[in-house]
Design a protein around this ligand. Structure first.
Ligand code: FES
Length: 140
């Protein structure tokens, strides 16, 4: 092998390796494990007509602070940020899969806000929900 051929092969191997490292780096751009969502500290009165959906399992409401609240079981409520971490569409609740689903590109989040599937690059924020009589306090 001549010196010129050796340099050509070496540059080719280096180029492929550099390209692979570059592409791997690119695939991680824009991803985060940090849940995304607003900070909230609100109460919802379950006796108010606007919150009537929360009387039924799988019923849900949106609060104007940017969250969605779901009744997932008889005495269990889940509150998460309503904006998808992909492009900001408002997620909805799918009672059959017990996941939050984004209507725009099919991003799916579990009840902890973690990404189950689809393009969202980060989890959505989950809030603490406490129940006192007919009052839900949602904070986080
Ligand atoms: S905006 Fe939600 S998956 Fe794209």
């Amino acid at each position: 092998m001549e010196r010129r051929d050796f340099i050509k092969i070496g540059c080719g191997v280096f180029g492929v390796t550099a390209a692979a490292a570059f592409l791997q780096g690119c695939s991680k751009l824009g991803t985060s494990n940090t849940p995304q969502g607003p900070s909230v500290n609100i109460t919802l009165d379950l006796t108010q007509p606007a919150n009537a959906a929360l009387k039924n399992i799988n019923g849900y409401v949106y609060d104007n602070s940017g969250i969605i609240v779901v009744k997932t079981a008889a005495t269990t409520y889940v509150a998460v940020a309503a904006a998808c971490t992909h492009q900001g569409c408002t997620i909805g609740w799918d009672g059959s899969s017990k996941n939050f689903i984004c209507p725009c590109h099919g991003g799916t989040f579990d009840t902890n806000g973690n990404v189950v599937s689809g393009p969202p690059p980060a989890p959505i924020k989950k809030y603490t929900v406490t129940i006192n009589g007919n009052i839900l306090t949602i904070a986080g």
